[in-house]
Design a binder for this molecule. Structure first.
Ligand code: XMP
Ligand code: MG
Length: 179
């Protein structure tokens, strides 16, 4: 697996430190609120698991799964709901936990869909942001790291369903996805 990685973009310690900071910030901002963390599967699982333990507040969690990509590395522009939330959103302050904000298509679609269910508030916390690739405007309240326009893997992020278990964020060797 490591032989396929061209370079490390964000190391384990750096991830840990930043997640701790985000947790502290969210803890301050959501005092007295009814926080519901909504994890967008599958890419956000590592971030979600670490982030929720960095937040010192009573909170709830739920999961949804959408698909905007096939096996390739480019967006299709089509967002499909594969698994919806279980919880009725009324009265909750939602924080959508995402792995990466790229074109913005996925998150703008999810935001609109969830806002229609009338929660108290909806905000976005994304681990990574690739602003160079934005096609629709989406404003995340919390961003872990801004990354360049390279396809990244690890810490939940996949290429063709692999590499999610890498403990750091890396860039694949181009020959891995051109072969
Ligand atoms: P959009 O374009 O809708 O994309 O903002 C968000 C979703 O696309 C996937 N994505 C990536 N996955 N490495 C990945 O493993 C990447 O560099 C990358 N860029 C986008 C991801 O699933 C995200 O939720
Ligand atoms: Mg993916």
């Amino acid at each position: 697996m490591k032989d396929d990685v061209l370079k490390t973009l964000i190391g384990e310690e750096e991830l840990k430190e930043r997640v701790r900071e985000l947790g502290e910030q969210i803890t301050r901002d959501y005092q007295g609120k009814n926080l519901l963390l909504v994890s967008v599967l599958k890419g956000s699982i590592a971030f979600m698991a670490d982030l929720m333990r960095a937040i010192d507040l009573p909170l709830s969690i739920d999961f949804m799964a959408v698909s905007s990509y096939g096996a390739g590395v480019k967006t299709s522009g089509v967002v499909k709901i594969i698994k919806d939330l279980d919880i009725d959103l009324k009265g909750y302050d939602l924080l959508i936990v995402e792995d990466i904000l790229d074109s913005g298509m996925t998150l703008s679609y999810i935001m609109e869909m969830l806002e229609a269910r009338e929660p108290s508030s909806v905000k976005i916390c994304t681990l990574l942001d690739k602003p160079e690739r934005r096609q629709v405007s989406v404003a995340p309240a919390y961003v872990g790291f801004t990354v360049p326009d390279e396809f990244v893997i690890g810490y939940g992020l996949d290429y063709d369903e692999k590499y999610r278990n890498l403990p750091y964020i890396g860039v694949l060797k181009p020959e891995v996805y051109t072969k």
